[in-house]
Design a protein around this ligand. Structure first.
Ligand SMILES: NC(=O)c1ccc[n+]([C@@H]2O[C@H](COP(=O)([O-])OP(=O)(O)OC[C@H]3O[C@@H](n4cnc5c(N)ncnc54)[C@H](O)[C@@H]3O)[C@@H](O)[C@H]2O)c1
Length: 336
């Protein structure tokens, strides 16, 4: 019999764990702690950060009883059901490995799952063996707008996708992780990838911008192209279907729809006409709350997340393949 309230610990007390919610422009819950506090059947009993200052600030802000500077200690002392990992990517592997030694029900890990696909693969195997649910925070998978668009694309009412392109900023690992995950969510697994380094710079030298093309196993082709985040940020997908067009824009906060009709300017041709989005998009966006609710549902129903460790691993394989291809003059890399 499962209990009603799940005990939660959060490691890493930075932006995605806690402080994004201080941004007055964010009108929705954007943090792990904010989401757990909002949901009635979760209780945060401890946080961990290697910085005492960050840990204490976080405890005070959210009224969390216990704080630790070391994850081993927190896992040993607290009887957690859920652990959220909100530390930088290069720390995820060690924390995930340590967490697998505890009797946790689920781990909610920030993207990317690990620093390398090899490490992510080991983690996915370990969590399967230990029967711990592993969810990666590619948050668009939990959002009704993206789910509806996926159903429309897969429903084929607008025909098959003729061309897809994606514009993004801020690095192939940092944002590319969301780009590849969303593309896989909409179009399935990738057959091959070809990529080159972008001339538009990324904020981190160690995480370059990359442009490229993906061929999906279902035959769809998609390009991804990076812009310079210093100019503006963009995260926009344009999907040209046979009988219409869907644009996911404003980082996934809105969308445009078009359907084919008679051309206004030339006889004998059709054109795309902008139309009303065929479902309600005025609802309050709540990616993080949806993600945590989904995780609880997975625990209750004993099933995998829609944003699983395997999905996180496949995204990392795409990031690494893009980098390898760019380092080898756009060489085509076939995915397994
Ligand atoms: N899903 C999203 O859209 C999204 C957005 C932002 C960040 N992220 C991801 O969240 C993760 C964290 O990013 P952030 O921007 O919140 O970083 P941050 O630097 O603001 O916070 C990270 C915190 O982790 C702490 N920390 C580092 N190593 C630690 C360790 N070994 N043990 C305990 N604490 C440790 C740091 O002291 C810091 O307080 C990254 O993986 C990033 O990619 C995801």
């Amino acid at each position: 019999m499962l209990k009603n309230t799940f005990k939660v610990g959060v490691v890493g007390c930075g932006r995605i764990a806690s402080t994004f919610d201080d941004d007055p422009k964010r009108k929705y819950i954007s943090t792990h702690i904010g989401a757990y506090k909002y949901i009635k059947n979760t209780e945060i009993i401890a946080v961990c950060d290697r910085s005492t200052k960050k840990m204490e600030e976080c405890q005070k802000k959210w009224n969390i009883p216990r704080g630790y500077r070391n994850i081993k200690k927190m896992l040993k002392k607290e009887k957690l059901d859920i652990l959220s990992i909100c530390t930088p990517a290069d720390t995820h592997y060690a924390i995930l490995k340590e967490a697998a030694k505890s009797p946790l029900k689920a781990v909610f890990c920030e993207k990317p799952l690990a620093a390398t696909a090899r490490k992510a693969k080991r983690i996915v195997g370990l969590y399967k063996k230990k029967k711990i649910i592993l969810q990666v925070d590619h948050q668009r998978r939990f959002d009704p707008l993206h789910l509806k668009i996926r159903n429309i694309i897969r429903g084929k009412n607008l025909g098959r996708a003729q061309q897809v392109n994606f514009y993004y900023t801020a690095g192939i690992e940092n944002t590319g992780s969301h780009v590849f995950d969303l593309l896989r969510f909409l179009f399935g697994d990738v057959k091959w990838i070809e990529a080159i380094f972008s001339k538009n710079s990324s904020p981190k030298v160690s995480d370059p911008n990359i442009d490229g093309i993906l061929k999906f196993k279902n035959g769809v082709l998609a390009t991804f192209q990076a812009c310079d985040v210093k100019r503006y940020s963009i995260f926009e997908l344009n999907c040209l279907l046979q009988k219409g067009r869907i644009v996911i824009k404003d980082s996934g906060f809105s969308a445009d729809f078009y359907v084919t009709g008679k051309n206004r300017y030339f006889s004998g041709y059709n054109q795309l006409h902008k139309t009303k989005v065929p479902f309600d998009i005025s609802y309050k966006r709540n990616f993080m709350v949806n993600a945590v609710k989904h995780l609880i549902k997975c625990i209750r129903e004993n099933r995998q997340s829609v944003s699983s460790g395997t999905d996180g691993l496949k995204t990392l394989c795409l990031i690494e393949s893009a980098l390898y291809s760019a380092e080898h003059d756009g060489k085509r890399i076939t995915l397994g």
